[in-house]
Write a protein that binds this ligand. Structure first.
Ligand code: ATP
Ligand code: MG
Length: 572
């Protein structure tokens, strides 16, 4: 007999009320549906229903990886610190890296990603160009001591990742591996029921040149992206575009003006009766080396944290009030002219073509207009510093960009020789020369995908799982299990559906129908088969489609085929 699950035995402690600790819909619903529980900040247990979803996502990933010839394996989570020293990331990765020591006082890390492990694995044994390319992957827990673990599975400290690493002899071969993974990632998202957009990405800690992220579109997403009708799409961390900046007032004639009570860009723009875009904003930064920097950006744009990290180093920060005082920088009136000696000035590239800047005068209650860079102060560096915003020109076609929010579910990178060179991982090429491998790496946030699916598939009553990743495909709701007529029929119907290879959950609890309906909607199994006295008398079940709310009366004799016709084609 085919198996099915009964609700009375299922470990799925559902909650009637929204848990106060959860802000995001997906976090609330996963908790309420009894799918996840918090062990500590950023550390979650996946309860049986959630684990079934995760296994389905993993099945899709495995199938797609097999399709492109990537081989599954498994490496240890615990990684010798020494390998991270060799790649140069032991110090560079910062406090996000979970470090530990063994009893012999040797350093280890809990892998946040596994470039080092895989590079080390192949460096002595993958010897010849004839063996290349090779792509290896595993699905495994990763550890990142995130500054702000939050939103349930979205940003955990321990989370499940699928990570693949490719080793190639030539750039063409790397490009092929990368394109294959990228195409597989698009299919994985789609097969798991996610609407996702590939966007140009920053390559962050991992390094390398070419990278794309897949963003599941959702207002709750932490990532900001911009896109254009021409097909361009990018993470705002990576989008570079020179924004037009208007000349300020004063026709380039340096003039100090009194601006009492004017502390913000809005107030300055209002006072001068100009657009915020025609003002210049000064931001005071302490770079990664502890040195003071003044960053200048167009008044209507924000400093981008990721770009700032590239320019000021990882660990840069804004100055404290005491530091501002120490450097004689009066809050609200700071600018590049007559600046305290020793402060480096870095200007956003968009300001290059703008003249007659309006900015602070470094005296409380005063601003300058008519400021000209190079005449009135020295620019130490021009850099890309700002977050691209809605309406800024598309770098490809010049049209206004649209903005959207997304959840980063996966990312592909061309690493080139960054790790192979640092770690001495070479192979013998056709010409008899030792060369470093050309590498790619490809990560999917498996557990984060669960949150992303819930963000895209829910309503006010609960989750609406798409069939492809649903924990069960059909839930049989027996309205009254004490009824001598209804209960045996419910069992029989369940057995028949299970025998037809459907994944069935049977609500056999002695609860009121209202409680069962509410739980069924909350847990979100795609098809509900509702059995009550009247239906049983007519040998008819009421089938409710969870996502649409449609209801159908289906005779018992047709039930298995009716459901199979809908469920089977929708499987991933
Ligand atoms: P983010 O920018 O969201 O911090 P990332 O770019 O640092 O993510 P990657 O190094 O690209 O992450 O890791 C690959 C994938 O792992 C990501 O695309 C994401 O889906 C997932 N992931 C990364 N960090 C977390 C986390 N803290 N919790 C859950 N999933 C994560
Ligand atoms: Mg990423």
């Amino acid at each position: 007999m085919k198996r099915y699950q009964t609700m009375s035995r299922l470990y799925a402690p559902t909650l009637k009320e929204d848990p106060t600790e959860a802000e995001l819909v997906s976090h609330k619903l996963l908790l309420r549906a009894g799918m996840i529980r918090k062990t500590a900040a950023g550390l979650y247990s996946y309860l049986p229903l959630c684990w079934r979803v995760i296994r389905k996502i993993e099945d899709v990933i495995r199938d797609e990886m097999e399709g492109i010839g990537a081989q599954e394996m498994l490496t240890p989570i615990v990684t010798p610190g020494e390998l991270w020293e060799q790649s140069g990331r032991y110090a560079a990765y910062g406090p996000e890296l979970m470090r530990l020591k063994d009893r012999h006082d040797r350093d280890f890390v809990l892998g946040p990603t596994h470039e080092e492990t895989y590079t080390d694995l192949v460096r002595n044994e993958l010897r010849s160009y004839k063996q290349l390319p090779v792509t290896l992957y595993h699905i495994q827990d990763k550890f990142r001591d995130e500054l702000r673990p939050r939103f349930g599975l979205m940003r955990g400290r321990e989370f499940i990742m699928k990570d693949a690493y490719s080793f190639s002899a030539t750039q063409e071969s790397l490009q092929q591996c990368y394109d294959d993974e990228k195409a597989a990632y698009a299919r994985i998202a789609e097969r798991c029921g996610l609407k996702a957009l590939p966007v140009v990405a920053d390559s962050g800690q991992i390094g390398g040149d070419t990278s794309v992220e897949f963003m599941a579109l959702a207002d709750a997403g932490e990532a900001e992206l911009v896109w254009c009708d021409c097909g361009f799409a990018a993470d705002t961390e990576a989008a570079t575009t020179k924004v037009p900046v208007q000349d300020g007032p004063g026709h380039g004639e340096l003039r100090r003006i009194e601006t009492p009570g004017t502390h913000t860009i809005e107030e300055l723009a209002e006072l001068l009766e100009i657009d915020r875009n025609a003002t210049v904003k000064s931001l005071c930064v302490i770079d990664a080396e502890g040195k003071p920097v003044l960053a200048l950006v167009p008044g209507d744009h924000e400093l981008n944290d990721c770009k700032a990290e590239h320019v000021f180093g990882s660990g840069y920060r804004m100055m404290t009030d005491d530091e501002l005082k120490g450097y004689k920088l009066p809050k609200g009136s700071i600018g590049p002219v007559k600046l305290t000696a020793g402060i480096r000035i870095v200007c956003d590239e968009s300001l290059k073509d703008a003249h007659s800047w309006a900015c602070g005068a470094n005296v409380d209650g005063y601003h300058y207009v008519g400021v000209e860079p190079d005449r009135d102060f020295t620019v130490d560096e021009w850099a890309d510093l700002i977050t691209v915003a809605e309406g800024d020109p598309c770098p490809k076609c010049g049209c206004g960009l649209h903005s959207a929010r997304g959840i980063e579910i996966s990312q592909v990178f061309q690493l080139g020789t960054k790790y192979s060179e640092a770690m001495g991982a070479t192979f013998m090429d056709e010409d008899g020369r030792e060369k470093p491998f050309l590498m790619g790496c490809y990560g999917i946030g498996v557990s984060r995908m669960v949150s992303a699916v819930v963000e895209q598939h829910n309503d006010e009553r609960g989750i609406c799982w798409p069939v492809c990743v649903a924990p069960y495909e059909v839930e049989v709701v027996a309205m009254n299990v004490n009824d001598d007529v209804v209960w045996p029929v419910a069992q029989k119907v369940t057995e028949e559906l299970a025998a037809a290879d459907l994944e069935v959950l049977l609500d056999d609890r002695k609860e009121r129908p209202g409680v069962k309906f509410a739980d069924a909607d909350l847990i979100g199994v795609p098809y509900q088969v509702i059995l009550g006295k009247k239906g049983v008398a007519n040998e008819t079940a009421e089938v409710k489609v969870r996502a649409t709310g449609e209801r159908f009366d289906v005779p018992f004799g047709e039930l298995a085929s009716w459901l199979s016709e809908r469920v089977v084609p929708a499987r991933a």
